[in-house]
Design a protein around this ligand. Structure first.
Ligand SMILES: NC(=O)C1=CN([C@@H]2O[C@H](COP(=O)(O)OP(=O)(O)OC[C@H]3O[C@@H](n4cnc5c(N)ncnc54)[C@H](O)[C@@H]3O)[C@@H](O)[C@H]2O)C=CC1
Ligand SMILES: CC(=O)C(C)=O
Length: 261
């Protein structure tokens, strides 16, 4: 299908693989110019190249979402290179196991600095850019079904995603005056490198085969299949587009029916 430029610009953190890659591809297909920002510049570059590079409306940027200055710089570079800024997708995240008795100050600091602080810096940087550009915008962040119900073995991860939802609710109230909506998407069990790693490690630490690890996370999916990244990208496309302009402060669960809120 031919892509028609919709005149809008989106930045996606963690866009080099998995869900972020699918979001970048979907928003680009919907007509957005996209900045694919990742710690891993090789994967981000490959995604941007596959979308036609700068000529085709896709650039790659290096960002470390745990570093406030790095996130502000990525937003500035997006505005300069792509000529506008309308949507930020705070997608980058990590999901280490965190058995309760193994939690340390360092493990809390590491995961919160990426999964939570990264959302705060992205929200601040996007708000600054939207206000300087003189229009509103969309702030969309990765939560998880594990941010609606605590999941076994990943207490810290679940805590970061609950925190992202809490922050999003207040940001929605505080930023509405600037025409900015703020929402999260809450995926279930998506086939990505992150989930594969988590399933393998969960199985290994219990001395079980990999399939057992997957089962720990997948039982009870009403639609009886794992999620593909494109399932999530479709919801983010909706939250980025005109049909969701009256939605703010929400967490849209896209998990095949694991959690009912
Ligand atoms: N895969 C799943 O089943 C689910 C994933 N999620 C969330 O969706 C988001 C994306 O997850 P996946 O695509 O599965 O992960 P993934 O591990 O496949 O991809 C994450 C990307 O983020 C990048 N990244 C990691 N740390 C970064 C940092 N400090 N700065 C910039 N980029 C960084 C990585 O280089 C990678 O390209 C995460 O926030 C995750 O918590 C939520 C629910 C379920
Ligand atoms: C990694 C994740 O978000 C899960 C298991 O829901």
């Amino acid at each position: 299908m031919t892509r028609t430029d919709n005149g809008k610009v989106a930045l996606i953190t963690g866009g080099g693989q998995g869900i972020g890659q699918a979001i970048a591809e979907r928003l680009h297909a919907d007509g957005f110019k996209v900045a694919i920002a990742d710690l891993n510049t090789a994967t981000a570059g490959a995604v941007a190249d596959a979308l036609g590079g700068k000529e085709g409306g896709a650039i790659a940027l290096e960002v470390n979402v745990s570093d406030r200055d790095s996130v502000f710089a990525a937003v500035d570079q997006t505005v300069s290179a792509l000529g506008g800024f309308d949507v930020i997708v705070n997608n980058a995240g990590i999901a280490p196991q965190s058995p309760i008795e193994d939690i340390t100050p360092q493990s809390i600091e590491k995961i919160f600095s990426i999964n939570f602080n990264g959302v705060v810096w992205g929200t601040q940087a996007a708000t600054k850019a939207f206000r300087e550009l003189g229009h509103g915008g969309r702030i969309i962040s990765a939560a998880s079904q594990a941010g609606h119900v605590g999941n076994p073995g990943i207490a810290l991860y679940s805590a970061t995603k609950f925190a992202v939802r809490g922050f999003t609710q207040t940001a929605a109230r505080d930023l509405a005056q600037y025409g900015i909506t703020v929402n999260t998407y809450a995926p279930g069990i998506v086939r990505t490198p992150l989930m594969e790693d988590l399933a393998k490690k969960t199985a290994e630490s219990a001395g079980q085969p990999e399939e057992w690890g997957w089962q720990q996370f997948t039982h009870g999916i009403t639609l009886d299949r794992l999620s593909e990244p494109s399932d999530v990208a479709g919801v983010v496309a909706f939250l980025s587009g005109p049909d969701s302009s009256y939605i703010t402060g929400q967490s849209i669960i896209v998990d095949g029916g694991m959690v009912f809120n």
